[in-house]
Write a protein that binds this ligand. Structure first.
Ligand code: 13P
Length: 251
């Protein structure tokens, strides 16, 4: 059975102090989330150490929002896999649409980052998704399948078994306009079958996920949790969301 994951992507929100304050409030609330639901927090790089020091029990796992594909080198401003591992990071988001749109992360770069994450013992959360023009042109499936195949090209079956995927329709991110759960499920089923070996890989839905709508996603056959932006920034709200997401799993 695939695991259920609720991952909070804090994007460029929260200083290290603010992140620590969140965790201190969130951890006791997270005790009410069924154990079968994995909880992940992805703070900005500058808050990773502060959050890591507080996540001593392992109940909540630490994720980063991006990484460079080289282990070290003259890459001013970049962060490598070994640096993330050293801070206790478990997951790393690669290919988020904001990276693709604003920072030039091409399919080829996403592939390098996915492979580098795996080589460094990190679990990549590989994000794919279509923009509104692509959707309106009826090319959603073709687009996300191409992104998925490009990101996963060259990975072994063992490596594929260790990844997580996220389907985030770009038009649904931060807009309050979430994708219909059945429609998301259909796209995710196409993603799952476009590369052999993804049967047991968790696929998360992202895009205006809230405590009020997450259960409608996790009730779908192909949806294994959420990659959550805005609704992960408040500890009580995110805890509520994790509990609601777990309606489809036993405690
Ligand atoms: P929102 O939940 O704010 O729409 O953001 C989704 C997202 O981009 C998570 O990675």
């Amino acid at each position: 059975m695939r695991r259920l994951i609720c991952a909070g992507n804090w994007k460029m929100y929260k200083t290290a102090h603010e992140a620590a304050d969140f965790v201190k409030i969130f951890l006791p609330l997270a005790a009410a989330v069924p154990f079968a639901t994995e909880i992940v927090l992805c703070p900005p790089f500058t808050a990773l150490a502060a959050v890591s020091h507080l996540l001593t029990t392992g109940r909540v796992r630490l994720g980063a929002q991006d990484m460079h594909w080289e282990r070290s080198g003259a890459f001013t401003g970049e962060i490598s896999g070994p640096m993330l591992r050293d801070l206790g990071v478990h997951y790393v988001i690669v290919g988020h649409s904001e990276r693709r749109e604003y920072f030039g992360d091409t399919d080829a770069i996403v592939r390098l980052k996915t492979a580098a994450a795996l080589e460094n013992g990190l679990t990549p959360i590989v994000a794919v998704g279509e923009t509104l023009p692509v959707r309106d042109a009826g090319n959603t499936s073709e687009h996300v399948i191409a992104q998925t195949r490009a990101a996963l090209e060259g990975l072994s079956a063992m490596q594929l078994a260790r990844i997580v995927l996220a389907y985030e329709p770009v038009w649904a991110i931060g807009t309050g306009r979430n994708c219909d759960p059945a429609e998301a499920n259909k796209v995710m089923s196409e993603i799952r079958s476009c590369v052999p070996g993804l049967d047991d890989v968790p696929i998360l839905y992202g895009g205006s996920v809230k405590a009020e709508n997450i259960a409608a996603y996790t009730a779908q056959s192909e949806i294994d949790g959420g990659l959550v932006g805005g609704a992960s920034l408040d500890p009580a709200v995110f805890a509520q969301l994790c509990i609601a997401a777990s309606a489809s799993v036993s405690s």
